[in-house]
Design a protein around this ligand. Structure first.
Ligand code: ZN
Length: 595
């Protein structure tokens, strides 16, 4: 490891696991733990727990678990080192230069190269828009009323219909074929020898990262043809599920809220009209990564989508993604125009400002969407609508806010506020009850059938080892008794042997044993998960007597299994005799827990 334990501790201290996890998913406090829906498997009741005290997380559903570093590794699909970097940055901890920086340098060198390719391509496309061949594109932009000043501001360009002009240009600038292909702007032909441009005959929109570096392009076809819009493919520097068009410009404004639109033209057109807090999604369904990028700019979002049904569906899908990332969402629907671009050109800036001002909170928007499915003059529909609305309102945590919505639903339906409230409370307590029974069921299930497919030993033995490790880590006094009878090498799995060794050592040094301390000794996510499990899935004993009984039988089980495995591989008669006498001694094993 490049970094010292002290440094890792400092990073951990600055990144409370509850607040880090909360950036990805909402958590509800239940007793000493926080619960939420697991991001690593699909589920409808929360079995993902975060222990604020011990700073680890564990999912009772799928067994995912670890500390704040493991969480980032799993969530961002990155290495331990990258997780350290991310969290150090988040927590404002300065990292020293790693000793082995070659890997990072190589990655950075490549990324810089790819950005340079995009910079050059941007210049190439920009000048193509200005020269003779670009006339058709200039005419198009003129028709769309994009001023030359704005064209320049956004670095708009043109890719002509020659199939390899960019390739030849970049080659002339000294980039290698491999680099160009990796950039996504150049493609290899089928037999792998020839090269051609990905974009041709399109208006080019450069896409920038949050720091204003060009990382991709979007291209709109000039004449007829498909697809109308084409984006760069995924590359080491670009992902369309992370990057948004124009977000870099919005960031400069430090906006209190940000308007998210669907298309390049909408974004540019609003910007030109003076709304600089705008960004466009790049034609993919909204996901957590988008939400994370947006959150770096503002945590208040206005979703401004097209007035058609597809637009409405996109909004309904985006709402929970944004909400679960802690973003406040309002919805603005374009009326009497097909998209924001058309609206602002038809009705002007003032009307557009009004439209934005009248954005709906997301609950009202969703209630309106539900309402469309029902005819409220029909009593049966009225009941169904009210209970669907009540179900939605049960997710509103602020009671004042909830009351306002209850009033609205009541006046829509004529159902009394009290009746709606009762319905909501029923839903809430049903959800709570489901949650608790599900969580408990899952907890028991894990206790009973060993969740690790990697370990196919007897269930009892695995559980016994986990329990003993947990007890040794949590109760130093009992540890002193256990160690008289059980040694780390007698544990049956490498991972438990290693854990036992560490726990024994820390105990000898009188150090408090923190799960996070233990977890950092393991490199792979699977090992970190197994180590976390020891702390997450532990038995609650009714009394000391039960605990003592359990400890004794578990230690016997572990020792017996160890002796069995050694004797089955031994051919030395003396050793076997010794082992047999060891086994007979087990009957008299008696670990006492001091009161
Ligand atoms: Zn899970």
């Amino acid at each position: 490891m490049f970094y010292s334990d002290e440094l890792l501790d400092e990073i951990r201290l600055q990144n409370d696991i509850v607040s880090v996890v909360s950036e990805y998913l909402p958590l509800k406090q239940k007793g000493g733990s926080y619960f939420g829906l697991c991001p690593f498997h699909s589920e409808s009741t929360p079995s993902f727990s975060v222990n604020a005290d011990k700073q680890f997380y564990y999912c009772f559903g799928c067994g995912a678990g670890g500390d704040v570093f493991t969480f980032i590794m799993q969530m961002e699909n990155c290495s331990f080192l990258e997780a350290i970097e991310t969290l150090a940055k988040r927590g404002g901890v300065k990292l020293p230069e790693p000793k082995n920086a070659e890997f990072f340098l190589e990655k950075e060198r490549l990324n810089n190269k790819l950005i340079e390719i995009h910079r050059q391509a941007g210049l190439f496309y920009y000048s193509a828009l200005q020269d003779n061949k670009g006339e058709i594109a200039r005419k198009y932009l003129e028709k769309r009323q994009i001023s030359p000043k704005i064209q320049k501001k956004f670095g708009l360009g043109f890719s002509d219909n020659s199939r390899n002009s960019l390739y030849l240009y970049l080659k002339d600038k000294g980039f290698s074929n491999d680099e160009m292909v990796l950039s996504g702007l150049i493609m290899r032909d089928k037999n792998g020898n020839g090269f051609y441009d990905r974009f041709y005959n399109r208006i080019m929109f450069p896409i920038f990262d949050l720091n204003g570096k060009p990382i991709a392009f979007g291209g709109r076809i000039i004449s007829s043809g498909e697809p109308k819009y084409l984006n760069s493919p995924e590359t080491p520097i670009f992902s369309k599920s992370r990057n948004l068009f124009g977000l870099n410009l919005a960031k400069k404004e430090r906006p209190s809220e940000i308007i998210i639109v669907e298309g390049y033209m909408d974004m540019i057109s609003l910007y030109q009209a003076g709304f600089h807090n705008v960004a466009a999604s790049l034609g993919t369904a909204f996901n957590k990564e988008h939400a994370n990028s947006i959150k770096k700019v503002s945590s208040n979002v206005i979703l401004l989508f097209d007035s058609d049904e597809a637009g409405e569906r996109a909004v309904l899908r985006a709402i929970p993604v944004l909400i679960s990332s802690g973003i406040n969402v309002r919805i603005c629907q374009v009326t009497n125009a097909k998209d924001p671009d058309e609206f602002i050109k038809t009705y002007g800036v003032k009307e557009f400002a009004k439209l934005i001002y009248n954005s709906l909170d997301h609950i009202s928007f969703q209630i309106n969407c539900i309402k469309k499915n029902y005819n409220l003059n029909n009593p049966d529909h009225k009941i169904k609508f009210t209970s669907e609305a009540a179900n939605l309102l049960s997710s509103v945590e602020n009671t004042i806010e909830r009351d306002v919505f209850i009033k609205n639903v009541s006046s829509l339906t004529g159902v009394s506020e009290d009746a709606i409230k009762t319905e909501i409370n029923k839903t809430i307590s049903r959800q709570e009850k489901n949650f608790m029974t599900e969580a408990e069921k899952k907890r028991l299930k894990i206790r009973n059938d060993n969740i690790s497919s990697a370990i196919k030993k007897s269930k009892g033995l695995i559980e016994a080892q986990r329990d003993i490790l947990y007890i040794c880590a949590s109760y130093p006094d009992i540890f002193k008794e256990i160690k008289k009878f059980l040694s780390p090498f007698e544990f049956s799995e490498d991972i438990y042997k290693k854990m036992a060794t560490i726990i024994y050592e820390l105990n000898e040094k009188d150090e408090k044993i923190l799960p996070t301390k233990l977890i950092q000794n393991f490199d792979t996510i699977e090992d970190q998960r197994l180590a976390t499990e020891v702390f997450a899935v532990n038995i609650k004993y009714n009394n000391l007597e039960d605990m003592e009984k359990a400890i004794n039988s578990e230690v016997v089980l572990i020792k017996q299994s160890y002796i069995n495995s050694v004797s089955s591989s031994s051919s030395d008669i003396n050793e076997i005799n010794n082992l047999i006498s060891e086994i007979s001694k087990l009957k008299n094993l008696d670990i006492k827990i001091k009161k």
